[in-house]
Write a protein that binds this ligand. Structure first.
Ligand code: UD1
Ligand code: PEP
Length: 428
């Protein structure tokens, strides 16, 4: 077990290159099971969730090798089991993605309940409805789920909600189903698009990538491929917020500008200016952060929703940044009911926040932040508290940093390179 000890108050400046997207790497790893052939994935972040997904693949009989920085080769020619390892699955939410991959590959699997962030109820109904529509059956017990399908047959499916991992599961199963599957009300986040591009390279015919209606023509067999994971827009948003509140001038290298449209719009509401310089995102230094009132002087509202709306995974970061802006803003978290509780820690550090209910907080800034003893409740709130600690006056200690490591590779090294005083120490 490790902790971060941070001396706050430094302006963080320089250049940083974001890691590959966690939420794209995880489904792409599951998708390696769709073929006997070798798959090469590049720009894969070396984070705990990725290592666990690889261990699950190995436990099923697959082999993998890290051949270069961020480059992993996976071959699943000899899958020898349909039963997934309970201990490993419990440690990662994305283990649910093996359901679609194993239905496609082996006609089913036994899957223990997935783990992941405790940020509210995480329903799986959309996954099950989608699989059933393709002809699969699901038996549930406290030990987990048994998925079975003699044959997957494509059909026209209207998802009950635009669930990210349910859409990814459905795309994997549809890639080998007989005939054509039309997925309506599909999630279309950049990581869903990334998986769909990988499946296309493997031989599935997919139309509508990036929209909420995706058409998949199943293939008889899929090939190996070479796929590069896109830069993590959640890490990019986190670093942009960090630079803005510490007053630093930051260049974030190698971004996908189109993925940042809504994020930049929302950050602009907090008074944060950013600009593109080629493929880099530039955050100017010493910005005066002032929340922009809505027409008529009304208090603005920032809420989340499925893509292309503002991502729920950046709400904690945006709330933390808002604590250092002049003005008032309402945050309305519509997707998870447990994601806002971390604001108690911000309040203890000095932030001026009204906790209205589990879905809404009003931030009235700025409130000077002071260092404290903190605990990461989930990956994004953990990063948000790290950002608050880097801004705060005095020393902070953050526990449970494995949550932060789950989503941000070598975050302390990257922060030190920008001028942060941060140490990773064992917990006594
Ligand atoms: C490994 C991975 O990729 N995890 C991401 C994935 O999780 P995951 O795929 O588990 O999340 P889902 O998209 O299924 O749903 C997230 C939450 O939003 C709610 N919901 C969803 C769709 C909708 O139209 N309306 C609605 O209210 C769901 O009920 C649920 O409470 O997507 C989430 C939402 O972007 C992200 O927070 C997670 O980081
Ligand atoms: C909630 C998240 O991850 P997971 O779905 O893997 O728990 C996240 O990335 O913010």
């Amino acid at each position: 077990m490790e902790k971060f000890v941070i001396e706050g108050g430094n302006r963080l400046s320089g250049s940083v290159r974001p890691g590959g997207s966690k939420n794209e790497a995880l489904p792409c790893l599951a998708a390696t099971l769709l073929t006997d052939e070798e798959v090469t994935l590049r720009n894969v972040p070396r984070i705990a969730d990725v290592e666990i997904m690889l261990e699950i693949i190995q436990d099923l009989g697959g082999v993998y090798e890290w051949v270069d920085d961020g480059v992993v080769k996976v071959k699943t020619e000899n899958v020898k089991s349909k039963k997934l390892n309970a201990e490993l699955c419990r440690r990662v939410r994305a283990s649910i993605l093996f359901a679609g991959a194993m239905l496609a590959r082996e006609g089913g699997c036994e899957l223990p309940p997935p783990g992941g962030d405790v940020i509210g109820r995480r329903r799986l109904d959309s996954h099950f409805l989608a699989f059933e529509a393709l002809g699969a059956t699901i038996d549930m017990s406290p030990k987990g789920f048994v998925f079975k399908a003699n044959k997957l047959v494509g059909t026209d499916i209207f998802m009950d909600e635009a669930s990210v991992t349910a859409t990814e599961n459905l795309l994997m199963a549809a890639a080998v189903a007989k005939g054509t599957t039309i997925v309506r009300n599909a999630a279309c986040e950049p990581h869903v698009q990334g998986l769909a591009r990988m499946l296309s390279k493997m031989g599935a015919q997919i139309e509508g990538i990036g929209t909420n209606t995706v058409k998949v023509k199943g293939a008889k067999g899929l090939w190996g491929c070479d796929h590069t994971i896109g830069p993590d827009y959640l890490e990019i948003g986190s670093f942009a917020g960090l630079a803005a509140i510490t007053g630093g001038e930051l260049t974030i290298e190698g971004v996908v500008p189109d993925d940042l449209r809504m994020i930049r719009l929302v950050f602009a509401k907090l008074g944060i200016r950013t600009e593109f310089r080629g493929d880099d995102l530039f955050v100017p230094g010493e910005q005066e952060l002032r929340i922009v009132d809505e027409v008529g002087g009304q208090i603005p509202k920032i809420d989340d929703a499925p893509w292309p709306a503002f991502p729920t995974d950046l709400m904690s970061i945006a709330i933390t940044v808002a604590t250092q802006c002049h003005g008032s803003v309402l945050f309305f978290e519509k997707m998870f009911e447990g994601r806002m509780f971390f604001v108690d820690s911000l309040i203890a550090m000095g932030a001026r926040i009204i906790f209205c209910d589990p879905h809404r907080v009003v931030v009235i800034g700025p409130g000077k932040l002071y260092g404290g003893t903190l605990e990461s409740p989930d990956v994004r709130a953990g990063m948000a508290l790290l950002i608050a600690a880097l801004k705060a006056e005095g020393e902070s200690t953050i526990y449970n940093i494995r949550q932060i490591d789950r989503g941000y590779s070598k975050v302390d090294d990257k922060l030190r390179a920008l001028g942060a005083k941060i140490e990773r120490l064992p917990v006594d």
